[in-house]
Design a protein around this ligand. Structure first.
Ligand SMILES: *[C@@H]1O[C@H](CO)[C@@H](O)[C@H](O)[C@H]1NC(C)=O
Ligand SMILES: *[C@@H]1O[C@H](CO)[C@@H](O)[C@H](O)[C@H]1NC(C)=O
Length: 799
């Protein structure tokens, strides 16, 4: 025990573990420096230094390295080679060197045991600098990953004590004591991995021992999180919209859809598909497998489909997918013309159809939409029709104004419909509409009135002229027939004078006319069409009978008797120019035919008397002398101016005497004519009465005519016919004896035909007017006749 105490006092800590006979133990820490003292073997074994020296004491270590040597002089055991417990004993504890101290003389053997105690000279160490793990992100929590253990060469408390792992987000460290006593170090997944969040995790594993100071060793753990296809592709939008104009070219790019996949590699490789099942849609659009670009693969027609919905799928290689909708709106372009369908159409309408009557119904369609499909229809300008639209797309063609077949018998109506697109498209339809006739036009005569001249003494059956009326209607409605309207002429039906051919309008004379009894007459001819009911109009036809010189002049005075005893008395004192008497003659003809001239045909003394050529006055031409015979006989011939002319002869007795008895005596030879005188007196009175009556009537008529003329003057100036007032030369007898004043008029007849003469003569209100019809260019033949209404009476009274 005393030895133990002694060793405790030594600075270097060594322990004498065991001291027994021939055996000694020491305990020293490892890594003591060379030369350090392990123990005083001499003292511990109770040997003196002499003995050591003499006994040639030596340490026997066998083959192994001599770590400890013996200093024979001091008897101390010294460190000869530095000792590392770990290399000497590794984990074996206790670690001891067994030495033999051999002495000679006498041979003695002592066993020395040197126990080498551990010092914390080794940190825990990991064999690898780095540890790599590849862990799928799908690893479930609790998954364990064996870690390499650290090695600490030291033993006991200096050996490896604990591990720690940082950071601890996903993993914790767990140590498990194995049956063998070893500790398993494991990394346990505590929270699931997400490669998409953190693909690589770096951890630091630290191993610490229990020495003082504590030593530690670290190793980096690289965890590569392996991808698992745990993310489906995701479209950036749930719904895409694109617009496309119709008729866009094939290959037009529409839109690019895009989906992202958080996974990597093939798990993140997205491919695109169109998922729509309809074939049409499938073929209409294609999507690029990789880029997601949608392009047009067909022809879109707005009119067939204006909206497409495509389901687009994005898939990764792991089979996860997402889908989105692509809505494609097709924009209309004006590529369709309006189409006009005539639903019903009347081929003809009656001209008396009331406005508003529908003649055609049409349906107009335009496949385009919006303004491109808005239709507006028009028809020809100035047509009496209008379009109305009873409902959309239906249009009806109506009569707007009263129709008149006589103006337009047929209409080619062009209906043009155009849409409102830009540019507008249009189409048109042509409708042909016949207007059927209605008997709405009466026949119309070519002239407002007809006049014709007929030479008297015509042959019955003479064609005079034709009236003509036209009817604007059609066919039967325009078939005109002519009818003579019944009236009377001089108390006899006009049909005994003239007749009218129903279909030609030819007027023929039914009898021979006599100018002296009928100078003119008029009647009405009716023109009637064949419509039902028929329409008619009538016209006045005036026939003027033209005079022929068929009457000789008649001598009214002096009255001719069988044996004339009447004599004119000429006083012997009569001057030159003394009016003996006046021959009064009339001619019932008119005009030239009644223009009388007087000539002295025979005379007892031609030098004594003369006859006024025109007035029939018999005057003396020289002074009467006593030598002149009392009894003078004159013969005067009265001639008219007709062709050929007719004449009458009158004989006049003239007595040149101063007294009646003288005359009587001279004219005794006249007495046998006495019975004739009674007659003569009667005729003379009758003639005088007639002349007086004519004169008074003339005056009355002239005054009436003057008044009437004054009234009509305004009407004449308003007439639109070229009017030339025509004042015929008045042949007025203003002779001393106051014989009849005669008004002469010239009636103008323009003859185109010797038989059918057409008189352009008009007596308007008593004023004589020549109406010049420009259509008449034929030669004009003038006939002069006495004009006035008196004439008829005049003539009558002379019959
Ligand atoms: C209408 O058209 C027809 C046939 O094209 C033609 O014969 C006729 O003359 C036309 N009528 C009018 C009034 O244009
Ligand atoms: C003849 O026509 C006139 C109108 O021009 C008419 O007033 C008259 O009644 C007609 N006469 C007959 C008999 O039809």
């Amino acid at each position: 025990m005393s030895v133990v105490v002694m060793w405790y006092s030594v600075l270097f800590s060594f322990i004498l573990l065991h001291s027994a006979r021939g055996q000694v133990s020491y305990s020293i820490p490892e890594e003591m420096a060379k030369g350090s003292t392990v123990g005083n073997i001499a003292q511990d074994l109770g040997l003196d230094l002499q003995r050591l020296r003499l006994g040639k004491a030596r340490i026997y270590t066998g083959d192994s390295t001599e770590y400890i040597g013996l200093n024979k002089d001091t008897g101390l055991l010294l460190i000869k080679e530095k000792m590392d417990r770990e290399s000497l004993c590794a984990k074996t504890t206790p670690c001891a060197l067994h030495l033999q101290l051999i002495l000679e003389n006498p041979m003695e053997l002592y066993t020395i045991t040197v126990e080498i105690t551990d010092i914390n000279d080794n940190p825990p160490t990991f064999q690898k600098k780095r540890i790599h793990f590849e862990i799928s992100e799908s690893a479930v929590t609790g998954a364990r990953f064996m870690l390499e253990r650290a090695v600490d060469a030291d033993v006991g408390v200096n050996g490896l004590q604990s591990y720690s792992l940082k950071p601890t987000d996903n993993f914790v460290i767990e140590q498990q004591l194995k049956a063998s006593g070893d500790k398993n170090v494991e990394m346990v997944l505590q929270r699931p991995l997400d490669r998409e969040k953190k693909g690589v995790i770096t951890l630091l594993l630290t191993a610490t021992d229990g020495g003082d100071p504590q030593l530690s060793g670290t190793v980096q753990i690289h965890v590569t999180v392996l991808d698992v296809n745990d993310n489906a592709p995701v479209f950036t939008q749930k719904e895409y919209k694109a617009t496309l104009t119709e008729n866009a070219a094939k290959g037009t790019k529409l839109i690019t859809v895009s989906a992202t996949d958080a996974d990597e590699g093939s798990n993140g490789q997205v491919t695109y598909y169109i998922a729509s099942t309809e074939d049409i849609v499938q073929n209409m659009f294609i999507i690029d497998l990789h880029s997601g670009e949608v392009t047009l693969n067909g022809l879109v027609d707005f009119e067939r489909a204006n909206h497409y919905e495509l389901d687009i799928q994005a898939k990764d290689q792991g089979g996860l997918s997402d889908s989105c909708k692509l809505i494609i709106d097709v924009l209309d372009i004006n590529d369709n013309k309006p189409v006009i369908n005539v639903l019903s159409m009347s081929s003809s309408v009656s001209e008396d159809s009331t406005p508003g009557t529908v003649v055609a119904m049409m349906k107009v369609d335009d496949a385009d939409s919006g303004v491109n499909g808005q239709i507006h229809c028009i028809i020809n300008d100035n047509f009496p029709f209008a379009l109305t639209s009873p409902s959309s797309n239906f249009i009806s063609l109506r009569i707007e104004q009263q129709l008149d077949r006589e103006k337009d018998a047929e209409y080619n109506i062009s209906v043009t419909c155009s849409d409102q697109g830009v540019p507008a498209l249009s189409s048109s339809a042509s409708l042909s509409l016949q207007i059927s006739d209605v008997n709405d036009n009466a026949p119309v005569f070519e002239k407002t009135n007809y006049e014709a001249c007929v030479l008297e003494n015509n042959t019955p059956g003479l064609s005079i002229f034709s009236v003509k009326a036209s009817d604007a209607d059609w066919n039967q409605n325009a078939r005109v027939s002519y009818i003579l309207e019944d009236s009377t002429v001089n108390g006899v039906s006009v049909s005994s004078y003239v007749s009218v051919q129903p279909d030609s309008g030819l007027i023929t004379a039914m009898r021979s006319f006599d100018y002296e009894t009928l100078k003119h007459f008029h009647f009405r001819v009716k023109a009637q069409d064949g419509g039902s009911p028929p329409l008619s109009s009538n016209v006045t036809v005036k026939i003027t009978v033209q005079d022929q010189n068929d009457n000789a002049p008649q001598v009214l005075y002096p009255v001719q008797t069988g044996g004339s005893v009447v004599a004119e008395i000429v006083p012997r004192a009569a001057d030159v120019g003394y009016l003996v008497t006046k021959v009064v003659a009339v001619d019932v003809d008119s005009g030239q035919n009644a223009w009388l001239s007087y000539k002295l045909q025979k005379a007892t003394d031609r030098a004594l008397f003369e006859v006024g050529l025109q007035n029939g006055e018999i005057r003396t031409v020289r002074q009467v002398t006593d030598k002149d015979a009392v009894k003078q006989k004159l013969t005067v011939v009265v001639e008219d101016n007709g062709q050929p002319s007719r004449s009458a002869v009158v004989s006049i007795n003239v007595a040149v005497a101063d007294s009646f008895p003288e005359v009587l005596s001279e004219f005794t030879d006249f007495t046998h004519e006495k019975q004739y005188n009674d007659n003569l007196t009667f005729y003379l009175v009758l003639a005088l009465a007639a002349v007086s009556f004519l004169f008074i009537t003339c005056v009355v008529v002239i005054i009436s005519v003057k008044i009437y003329r004054w009234r009509q003057s305004r009407f004449l100036y308003q007439s639109n016919l070229p009017v030339i007032p025509y004042y015929p030369p008045h042949y007025a007898d203003t002779g001393v004896t106051g014989t009849l004043p005669h008004g002469y008029n010239y009636e103008v007849c323009m003859t185109t035909d010797s038989r059918k003469s057409d008189c352009k003569f008009s007596t308007l209100g008593g004023q004589n007017v020549l109406v010049v019809d420009p259509s008449f260019t034929e030669t004009m033949q003038h006939t002069i006749k006495k004009n006035n209404d008196l004439e008829g009476e005049y003539s009558t009274s002379n019959i």
